[in-house]
Design a protein. Structure first.
Length: 313
């Protein structure tokens, strides 16, 4: 099967998450088609990788791609937050990678309605074994709930207008496909908004996908779980693609790196709580101009990396 997804900032990720000498373990929390994992296994012969993905279909694609690396690679079907909450491995990782972008596979081949450019059933589940579909959500939420969803998770300025149009449209018949939803959004927004830098349905589709898969909630839990199991001296790298993700990552990293003081039980004495991590990337790393030209979806990517320097008390 032809691979369609190009891993974002591959060289930068390899550089910042290069493993320590000797045998080590990387957990790729968002395996996808296996592009980043393949690059790591090729570059570092002593490295082992455990790759996670909630989507059984794309996991099989990655397993086929990485079969030649033998027992250096293990693919596990799991949401990353659930994996870290039960951490099933005997070995603690030295490196952990989150690439939060949705794979091109999901847009172009999954048939689940992720793309507003296609006419597919409105599903949007990354793991298809559980949870409500986008179709169920757009046909059941109230106008206010839809508006809140589009504004909170899509930062959509015309959230109310779009929600009102959806509720009006479904009075006649339920919305079933990505094309139907995209057309309603197109008609709901002002004409001047239809020909901007991005398609007017972009933010609403993002919001629905986030809601369907509980993406931000899962990310917050997974970051905490990942940091707990990470070895001291290990690194976590996160590639994010929109401000909601990046804000969560940025604040999490800041909390782990922050040194604070507070009053102790002894009068006039303060207790210092040192940070348990170091910021490796003071500012987020962005893709090069050449990469953006060759792979336009990379344009909004940001890479942040921290290194664990102590266990939490």
């Amino acid at each position: 099967m032809k691979l369609v997804h190009t891993p974002v900032m591959k060289q930068e990720v390899l550089r910042f998450l290069a493993p320590n000498p000797g045998s080590s373990l990387l957990i790729d929390c968002t395996l996808g088609e296996g592009g980043h994992t393949e690059a790591f296994l090729q570059a570092f012969p002593d490295l082992k990788v455990v790759g996670l993905d909630a989507d059984e279909a794309i996991l099989q694609i990655a397993r086929s791609r990485l079969h030649g690396f033998g027992d250096r690679f293990q693919g596990i079907e799991s949401w990353f937050d659930e994996f870290f909450s039960r951490y099933p491995l005997n070995e603690r990782p030295d490196r952990i990678l989150f690439d939060l972008g949705i794979s091109s596979y999901h847009y172009e081949r999954s048939g689940r309605g992720f793309s507003f450019l296609r006419d597919e059933p409105l599903d949007m589940r990354l793991g298809i074994k559980e949870g409500k579909t986008a179709m169920e959500i757009v046909n059941s939420l109230s106008e206010e709930e839809l508006s809140t969803c589009f504004y909170r998770w899509g930062e959509e300025r015309f959230a109310r207008r779009i929600a009102r149009a959806i509720v009006k449209a479904r009075m006649h018949t339920n919305l079933r496909t990505s094309k139907e939803l995209a057309e309603i959004i197109w008609e709901a927004v002002p004409a001047s908004y239809r020909y901007g830098r991005i398609h007017p349905a972009t933010r609403c589709f993002q919001a629905l996908r986030i809601m369907v898969n509980r993406e931000l909630e899962r990310l917050e839990k997974a970051l905490e779980g990942a940091f707990k199991v990470l070895k001291v001296g290990g690194r976590i790298g996160v590639v994010s693609f929109h401000s909601l993700e990046d804000r969560i990552v940025k604040h999490f990293f800041q909390r782990k790196c922050k040194t604070s003081t507070k009053d102790s039980n002894v009068p006039m004495v303060k207790t210092e709580h040192r940070g348990v991590a170091l910021q490796i990337t003071r500012k987020p790393v962005r893709p090069s101009e050449e990469e953006v030209r060759n792979n336009p979806p990379s344009r909004s990517a940001k890479l942040r990396v921290i290194e664990k320097i102590a266990e939490e008390g």
